[in-house]
Design a protein around this ligand. Sequence first.
Ligand code: RAM
Length: 521
Amino acid sequence: MAITNKIENFHMEVNGAFADKAQALTPTLLERTVSPVGTVEITPRGPDYAAAPAERGFDRSLPLGRGGRVCLDFGDHQVGYVSFTLTPVGSPPDAPVFLRLKFGEIPYEIAADLSGYEGEVSRSWIQEELLHIDVVPAVVRLPRRYAFRYLEVTVIDTSPKYKVVLSGVTCTAVTSADRSALTPLKTADPELIQLDRVSLKTMEDCMQTVFEDGPKRDRRLWLGDLRLQAQTNYMTFRNNGLVKRCLYLFAGLTQNEGRVGACLFLEPAPQVDDTALFDYSLFFVSCLHDYYEATGDRETLAELAPTARRQIELALRELDGRGIVADRDTWWCFLDWGDGLNKQAGAQAVLIYALKQAGQLAAWLEDPAWGEQCRGHIDRLTRAAVEHLWDEERGFFVSGAERQVSWASQVWFVLAGVFGRKENVRLLERLMEEDPGVPMVTPYMYHHFIQALMDSGLKERAVEYLKEYWGGMLRDGADTFWELYDPRDRYASPYGSRAVNSFCHAWSSTPAYFIRRYLDS
Ligand code: RAM
């Protein structure tokens, strides 16, 4: 199935006042200059590759000629702009310098031969450059922003008569996250401390002029990602202005009929994409709900509530005669990247979840009529879900014509609170014990599972899974948390190639949220 859900006859609807507000909230990025800590040797290790330190610091006097190669290690994940100096040695340079640069968030991106790349998303996301420098000595400033820890420089050629010395390699790292807003953790649990540290680094590197999903790919604002980033932000960097900016961007630049898009581009000017996702549009309601809960910013609540309300209206149009969200065979709703995951049940649960939050918005706004409407829809959708999607015999919610059982469906119905606490606990325990059907594959979906455990009072199990799943990424060498992690398959990718997976992905940074909200005492 194509990973796109392009809406028909797409056009962008602009609310100029909202777009201006978003613009005025554009943050100034903080800059830091980082130099490599040394060089590394990247070699195969098990099913993957590992980087072993080769040389501390980096020998600036070593001249590189044809075929010369060095892999620099910046010590941690960086997002920023790279520059370096090339100085010729030998005869006067009689030909250009021809370089290949490879940037890698993980060693695999450096070591793998990606010339046969056949992934589904553009190969232009692979961070590789071929560069001619006509005149040396030169200070080379690369115009792109990169996300990486490793930088491999290969001299494809100088000439037989001269070589070059590479020096002054630096990265000007950029972020809108301010570490001075962080409070120290109280817990002494070393695993939690480590999970928190890597979560913060992941968040920091994704916080740019908006909350980006991943600084390598897609480098844009996705609503589903924003929701988790904002929740983590309230417990960590507290850059509430950035959340507000993102909310105004989504509300100011909508698709046809006021539909909030799944994602937005920022350059050359802010622009909503033509992709629509059922759950993501509804998460505008959630983001506004969470934002008001965290900030008490009434003006924003009042201004953006109509946009939230519109998303509910549009979603309700998708119900069939039974009061169940109609299934579709396109990429119409996200939930997770699980192979063959049917979205119908999860979508129904997300709608109930969002309706409850809309009811809360109505209460805050003292709008009893809207509140009453929400309650009516919640009752109808809940009854329909129990009647048509709950399979009493199997003890699970089922989804789609094939009555598929998945982790995503169960988790979302727990979050939607369709059953009471006791039944939710039983459902989650059954799920963990029987491990039925389609599993979870992204930290995004695992986040919702952990939240469901927390909401149901199963804190110890939540901690177990946090340490097992996110801890697994650490054991597998993560500097920042990954977009997708399947402990059974290091090469899993929704895009047909691991090379374009993002290895610093904000939706994976929520251990910091869980630790700071529930576990830090
Ligand atoms: C991926 C993005 C993002 C996610 C969407 C659905 O391409 O990186 O994280 O929200 O898909």
